[in-house]
Design a protein around this ligand. Structure first.
Ligand code: CP3
Length: 369
């Protein structure tokens, strides 16, 4: 074990061999369009199901070795241009003192969700991220060593509104009406909670970079349940604050790490999102590539946005869909991805076809420029 201690030291990482993803995030020249998939480490892989079998989900998240193995699994199969650390957005509410369990067939569950503003007193205001979330940092450091510079490693966090909605709903929801009730009945307490979450998230993301994360993605998965006005009041200011504060701190240390904002179903806010201090705006599949480009005015790189269900199509059809998508976005300032995560019943082979189609078509297109 002592011989392996350097693997938990965020120093002397292997040299990065494929920086295509980082260059695309910054809008720089590339030889092919980089591609990765949200939930690329997931139940669609038999080796993932085997590693996870019989183990508690959050215990798995707390094991750096398990997180490292699950992060690397998809890279052994497919030539992805980036890896995302295996973890979950709900480790942040846990660090703030809330109990969260992963219930099979039901998803994440909070036995004691926040009900009224008084419940905010149950939360840890000042979270020592090194202590409460150190296991994520150790997973990132270990993975950054073990990935051997093959591709960059992405760290991530849930955004404040998405985490708030889980903490109040107590789990998944169609309407999010319990959480939205707070926005209309308790706007001040809502802002207080969103601010508390923002403070923890900023520290958490900085800790991930210190541990070795080479890019950061912020998931506002529940943006679509808000309308434009509520998004502007309860989501956007916090998304902007997170990027500003993380970047200011990194700059002091002479570091620069690209940040991606993925606000699912928030196409009503694309203009605002493209002016939010993030280098990359992630897109779900409900927006047309060309109009996304127009509305973001070339100010940011874009990531996305194939309908995950297109992976159910035959391989030739996947290739056609990818080609159209690439033509819509163009090859510069673009990172190919799905519009949301891979589903458990998808065929690994088709993910391979997706990755290959992105590489092949984009190489062809770049040659013709
Ligand atoms: C909303 C959300 C969550 N978690 C996450 C989000 C934001 C992205 C999104 O919008 O989907 C983020 C997340 N969760 C997971 C990752 C790992 C990295 C990757 O994308 O490969 C990431 C980036 C692993 C996971 N997180 C989870 C799994 C599947 C469960 C398992 O492995 O046992 C994985 C691979 C569990 C999880 N965790 C969460 C849900 C809704 C679920 C699914 C529950 C279910 O389907 O039963 C909360």
């Amino acid at each position: 074990l002592t011989a392996d201690l350097h693997l938990l030291n965020p120093k002397d990482f292997p040299q990065l061999k494929n920086d295509t993803f980082l260059r695309a995030a910054r809008g720089e020249e590339i030889e092919h369009v980089p591609v990765w998939c949200m939930r690329q480490a997931g139940r669609y892989l038999p080796e993932f199901r085997e590693s996870r079998a019989g183990k508690d989900f959050f215990e798995t998240c707390q094991s750096p070795e398990a997180c490292c193995e699950l992060t690397l699994q998809p890279l052994r199969r497919f030539p992805f241009d980036a890896a995302i650390i295996f973890s979950d957005i709900l480790v942040v509410p846990q660090a703030m003192g809330m109990d969260v369990q992963m219930v099979a067939g039901k998803g994440p569950t909070f036995p004691e969700p926040l009900k009224e503003p008084e419940d905010l007193q149950r939360l840890q205001v000042k979270v020592d991220t090194a202590k409460e979330l150190g296991y994520v940092f150790r997973a990132i450091t270990l993975t950054r060593h073990k990935i051997e510079g093959k591709v960059p490693l992405i760290g991530f966090s849930g955004a404040p509104w998405t985490l708030m909605s889980y903490m109040i709903e107590g789990g998944g929801s169609n309407t999010h009406s319990k959480a939205k009730r707070w926005l209309y009945q308790h706007p001040e307490a809502s802002h207080m909670l969103l601010k508390m979450l923002t403070d923890v998230i900023v520290e958490y993301l900085l800790g991930q970079v210190a541990a070795g994360a080479q890019a950061l993605q912020v998931f506002e998965s529940h943006a679509g349940i808000l309308g434009p006005a509520e998004f502007k009041e309860f989501s956007l200011p916090y998304l902007r604050d997170i990027a500003r504060r993380v970047k200011d701190k990194l700059k002091e240390a002479g570091q620069d790490v690209p940040m991606i904002v993925f606000a699912k179903d928030a196409h009503y806010a694309l203009e605002e999102l493209s002016q939010s201090n993030y280098e990359v705006v992630g897109l779900d599949w409900t927006i047309d590539p060309l109009s996304a480009r127009e509305r973001t005015g070339g100010k940011v790189s874009l990531q996305g946005n194939m309908d995950p269900c297109a992976l159910y199509a035959p391989k030739e059809r996947i290739s056609d869909i990818v080609k159209k998508m690439l033509e819509g976005f163009g090859t510069r300032g673009y990172i190919a991805n799905l519009g949301h995560g891979v589903y458990p019943d998808m065929t690994p082979e088709n993910i391979g076809a997706f990755v290959e189609a992105v590489h092949q078509h984009s190489k062809q297109m770049i040659k013709q420029i």
